[in-house]
Design a protein around this ligand. Sequence first.
Ligand SMILES: Nc1ncnc2c1ncn2[C@@H]1O[C@H](COP(=O)(O)OP(=O)(O)OP(=O)(O)O)[C@@H](O)[C@H]1O
Ligand SMILES: [Mg+2]
Length: 225
Amino acid sequence: MAEEVLVVEDLCKAFEQPDGRLQVVDGVSFRMTAGKSAALTGESGSGKSTLLQLVAGLVQPDAGRIFISGHHLGNMSDAALADFRRRHIGLIFQQFRLIMTLRVMDNIRLMAALNQSVDPEHEAFLIETLELGDQLQKYPAQLSGGQQQRVGIARALNHKPLLILADEPTGSLDSNTSSTVSGLLIELAAGTGAALLTATHSQPLAETHNSIFRLQTGRLDMPTC
Ligand SMILES: Nc1ncnc2c1ncn2[C@@H]1O[C@H](COP(=O)(O)OP(=O)(O)OP(=O)(O)O)[C@@H](O)[C@H]1O
Ligand SMILES: [Mg+2]
């Protein structure tokens, strides 16, 4: 049986808002195994980014449990959680969030260098597959949006995370670049054996994943494929 990378059980999260308490995540449970991808869909404000941030341990749940490769995030201290995230999770953001003062090469190497886990062969493979070889000495501001997103993907995969969390990873890209970048992301995630969870508004992008989870009024529909 494939290794279970992510187990989410009965997760709940509410936010206080000026007009009252908003239950954004209301008893969500799902599982993901190594090498599989799932898209998280739902209307704007349905809680996709919140759910990704909960899974990344960046936001604390009100109730429920999150296990990544058997490790219960709720049992970790802040320092242990930060260390675990740096080692085992790859984060990809819609707005790239590259470090603008670092060259492309140093952005790509950032997490792996922090973990002292640089694997030159794996890094070279990512650079070649994502066609970034000519960009390494540039700064992010000198790249197009599609190129910057490919740097973001290389950075998220370079330290060989168990779990990749991507929030609208192609939301800022034109449709051609978007399908190239998302295709690479899914291929690379599967190739490295990572589980990939992608929040997206795009139905065509969602359909390229192994499963689709739809968030509605805080709850998750069962996978549709
Ligand atoms: N820190 C916070 N404090 C209060 N409310 C919040 C906070 N973060 C998110 N929310 C609320 O939670 C709801 C879900 O937000 P979230 O960003 O998770 O939605 P989303 O599905 O990612 O939306 P989008 O598709 O627009 O990115 C929204 O109503 C938002 O206003
Ligand atoms: Mg969002």
